[in-house]
Design a protein around this ligand. Structure first.
Ligand code: PMV
Length: 326
C-alpha cells in the first residue's frame, strides 16, 4: 500500500485578475487535505471486478472517493469529450511515467476539503493522485510534471484556470503567481493568523469567471482599471508578508474585497461574513477564490482568532478554520 497527501489552498489576494495575467498570492492550507492510498494487485480483485481474460486495464483500476462522490472502475469514468478529471489525471500520469499496462489498482481517495468552496479540492485530489500512482508503480515524477498534470485537470473543472490552485498545492509553499511565468515561491517574514470561513454556498468558479469575462468584454477599460488596482494591492501585500509586517495586510484585504464586489463576484452572505469579521475585531477581511459563495478570510491577531470564528459562525458560516500562515 502506498499513499500521498496534498494540502488545501487559499488565495490571499488577486483572484480573477490573475486569469488576465495580473499577479496573485496564495498559500497552502495544511489543516485540510486529500490522502490517496493505493493497493496494487488487491487480493480480491478478480472476484470483486469479475475480471475476464478480455478485460482491459481500465477495468482493473477501481476508484473509491466518497468525499467527492466518485466510485467505480476507471473504465466507467468518461475519458473523452468532457473527461472526468480523475480519469484524465490517471491516464496522464501513466503516460508521463510511461506505463502502458498497469497492474490492478485499488485507489482510495479521502478528503477533508469542502468541494467547490475555494479551498482547492480538485487540485489537491489531482496532486495527491499523481504522486500516489507514481510512488505505487515505483516511478519518479518531478514537481513540474505533477503541476502540469494537475493543470490539465483544472481545465476540466474550471474551463480557463489561471493555474494558481495546482501550483500552490503542488509546491505546498506560499506562491506569488503570474500565469505562464516561472514559479515564484516566497517566505513569510513573521507568522500570521487567518480565520477561513465557509459560506456554505457552493458556487462554480467556472460561472463567476465567465461573468467577469462578460463584464470585461462589455467595458474592458473599467475592468482593466480594477485589475490594475488589485495588482497594486498584491504587490504591496507581497512585500508586507515577506517583511513580517502582517498587520498592514488588513486594509489591503478590505480594499481587495471592495474591488471584487465591483467585479460582481461577492454575494450577500460573503458581504455579511466580512462585515461580521470586522465587527468582531478582525484587521481586514475578503472573499477568497471564485466568489458568489465558497470561503472568505479574515486576518486576526492570534488571541482573538476563536472569538472571530465564533462570530462568523453566528453570522451564518457553516465551518471555520483557524490557519497560521508560516
Ligand atoms: O475558486 P477557486 O479557489 O478555485 O479560485 C478561483 C480563482 C480565480 O482567480 C477566480 C480563477 C483562476 O483560475 O485563478
Amino acid at each position: 500500500m502506498s499513499s500521498a497527501t496534498a494540502p488545501g489552498k487559499i488565495i490571499l489576494f488577486g483572484e480573477h485578475a490573475v486569469v488576465y495575467g495580473y499577479p496573485a498570492l496564495a498559500i497552502p492550507v495544511l489543516q485540510v487535505g486529500v490522502t490517496v492510498s493505493i493497493e496494487v494487485n488487491p487480493p480480491d480483485a478478480s472476484t470483486k471486478l469479475h475480471i475476464t481474460k478480455t478485460s482491459g486495464w481500465k477495468d482493473r483500476i477501481t476508484i473509491t472517493a466518497p468525499a467527492i462522490g466518485r466510485f467505480g472502475t476507471l473504465a466507467s469514468f468518461p475519458s473523452s469529450h468532457r473527461p472526468d478529471p480523475i480519469a484524465l489525471v490517471i491516464e496522464n500520469v501513466l503516460n508521463t511515467i510511461e506505463i502502458a499496462d498497469p497492474p490492478p489498482l485499488d485507489i482510495h481517495i479521502t478528503s477533508t476539503i469542502p468541494v467547490a468552496s475555494g479551498l482547492g479540492s480538485g487540485a489537491s485530489v489531482s496532486v495527491a493522485l499523481v504522486r500516489a500512482i507514481a510512488a505505487t508503480l515505483g516511478k519518479k515524477i518531478t514537481d513540474e510534471q505533477v503541476n502540469l498534470i494537475a493543470y490539465e485537470a483544472e481545465k476540466v473543472h474550471h474551463g480557463t484556470p489561471s493555474g494558481l490552485d495546482n501550483t500552490v498545492i503542488t509546491y505546498a509553499r506560499p506562491v506569488y503567481f503570474i500565469k505562464d511565468t516561472p514559479i515564484q515561491t516566497f517566505s513569510v517574514g513573521a507568522p500570521f493568523t487567518l480565520v477561513i470561513a465557509d459560506s456554505g454556498v457552493s458556487a462554480a468558479t467556472r460561472r463567476s469567471v465567465g461573468d467577469v469575462r462578460k463584464l470585461w468584454l462589455a467595458d474592458s477599460n473599467r475592468v482593466e482599471t480594477i485589475f490594475s488596482s488589485i495588482a497594486y494591492i498584491v504587490d504591496q501585500a507581497h512585500k508586507f508578508i515577506q517583511n513580517g509586517e502582517w498587520p498592514a495586510l488588513g486594509p489591503l484585504l478590505d480594499q481587495n474585497h471592495q474591488l471584487l464586489q465591483q467585479l460582481t463576484v461577492s454575494s450577500p452572505i460573503l458581504d455579511r461574513l466580512t462585515t461580521a469579521a470586522l465587527a468582531s475585531g478582525a484587521l481586514g477581511a475578503k472573499l477568497s477564490g471564485g466568489g458568489r459563495g465558497g470561503n472568505m478570510i479574515a486576518l486576526v491577531s492570534p488571541e482573538i482568532a476563536s472569538s472571530v470564528a465564533d462570530a462568523l459562525r453566528s453570522a451564518g458560516a457553516r465551518q471555520t478554520i483557524i490557519a497560521t500562515v508560516i
